[in-house]
Ligand binder design. Structure first.
Ligand SMILES: *Cc1c(COP(=O)(O)O)cnc(C)c1O
Length: 225
């Protein structure tokens, strides 16, 4: 955890950003609730989960800790109700139907659900995310829904050793945010960057980096989910 925080601080310093501009989301998928509790004890408050049942189980088990829970995995319509009512954020909304279901299923007594639209920045190589050209109209429609707050954009570029290519992928997301802002839709969140590419993402404007392996270690078959 301290190593990741140091990497974030160094990456912010290298591009003249303040460290407080970049939040760390600890991706705890496949790790048991006890690991999350340890990280919470070390001061980490926000956790990311990819799988609905596993995530909901941890949210319930650790309810007393008042953590912030972000759903970051692929989301099917038959699972939206659980996600709408157990998580604080959803980063992986890539079509209107899912956003509408989250909006109508979110308990009105809860604060609005924070939403990011997932952008497919790697074309054919990725099956998740809306195409960049679909984002402006999707954002306009999602921004008008009740019980949710459109906060920003999320992307997962194909892994690559080519830092220039990764920077170009992340820049697509930054430019989309700028275009939306010019269009009257102000967003405060760019969710991009993982264990292997967080420095590149921070240089391109990331405000949340989603980090699993560099905090918890490698996810392996021997590990009990
Ligand atoms: C697993 C995952 C991460 C974390 O990846 P690491 O390489 O382990 O840091 C981040 N975002 C999403 C959407 C993920 O599925």
């Amino acid at each position: 955890m301290q190593g990741v925080r140091a990497r974030i601080a160094a990456a912010c310093a290298a591009c003249g950003r303040g460290q407080s501009e970049v939040a760390l989301l600890a991706v705890s998928k496949t790790w048991p609730a006890a690991c999350v509790a340890d990280a919470a004890g070390a001061g980490q408050r926000a956790f990311g989960e990819n799988y609905v049942q596993e995530g909901v189980a941890k949210v319930q088990a650790l309810g007393a800790l008042s953590l912030a829970w972000h759903f970051i995995g692929p989301l099917q319509s038959n699972k939206t109700r659980l996600v709408a009512n157990h998580f604080d954020w959803v980063h992986s909304v890539d079509r209107l139907r899912i956003a509408e279901r989250l909006a109508s299923q979110r308990d009105p007594h809860l604060p609005p659900l924070n939403i990011c639209l997932q952008v497919n920045v790697s074309g054919e190589a990725s099956k998740s995310g809306a195409a960049p050209e679909e984002i402006p109209s999707l954002a306009r429609q999602v921004a008008g829904l009740p019980q949710i707050t459109l906060r920003g954009l999320m992307a997962i570029p194909e892994p690559s050793p080519d830092r220039t290519l990764l920077a170009a992928r992340f820049a697509v997301v930054r430019h989309l945010r700028e275009a939306l802002e010019a269009d009257g839709i102000a967003l405060d969140t760019l969710s991009m960057g993982m264990s292997d590419d967080l420095e590149v993402a921070i240089a391109e404007g990331a405000t949340i980096v989603r980090v699993g392996t560099a905090i918890f270690g490698a996810r392996g078959a021997s590990q009990s989910p």
